[in-house]
Design a protein around this ligand. Sequence first.
Ligand code: ADP
Length: 203
Amino acid sequence: MLKIGLTGGIGSGKSTVCGLFAELGVPIVDADLIARQLVEPGRPALMRIAETFGPQMLDDDGSLNRARLREAVFADADKKRRLDAIMHPLVYGQIAADVMALQAAYCVIAVPLLFESKNAYAVDRVLLVDCPVEVQIERVIGRDKLTRGQVQAIIDSQMPRSERLARADDVIDNIAGPERLAEQVKRLHNSYILLATARTQSA
Ligand code: ADP
């Protein structure tokens, strides 16, 4: 199956774009959602996190204390590496299994940090949702209870916009309103269907 990796910075509009593809009947595989499901109580990943970082990572009801884990790995590159070593193979494996189970011309795999680990996801094309940093900041402030400084810090920790644009195969320009977005998604949808058909015929 043709695999389209969808990525973009925080607040660029990834979730919104996924919703538009889903409305067209395209299956969406969401890496963030999979990662959250992998650390639900009783799942092996959560047990490994507790073994590696200590039982204080769990709340009394056995669920993950996300804030504590985030704090533990935020300023400690070694801890971040250890967390990634637990999570990444499980996320890649679950995405591959989910994609295998799909029946469709193509699917969209949404991964915020796709460029950082592109090969691990084995996508055929990378679709970037893009907007100027200032628009990103305004939208995230509108969505989350974060200050401008906090949003700016997250953006600064992500890949620069120019680099993302240089690496993408396809780009959705999400500066305008929702109507322009739907048009672009429809156009890309048609081109992905054509691409998927051409691949099947040449296989
Ligand atoms: P991401 O998933 O990339 O973090 P979202 O899709 O959640 O981004 O979009 C961030 C915020 O901006 C959301 O509140 C969303 O409703 C809003 N938004 C997204 N695209 C547009 C747009 N074209 N016009 C206005 N608001 C938008």
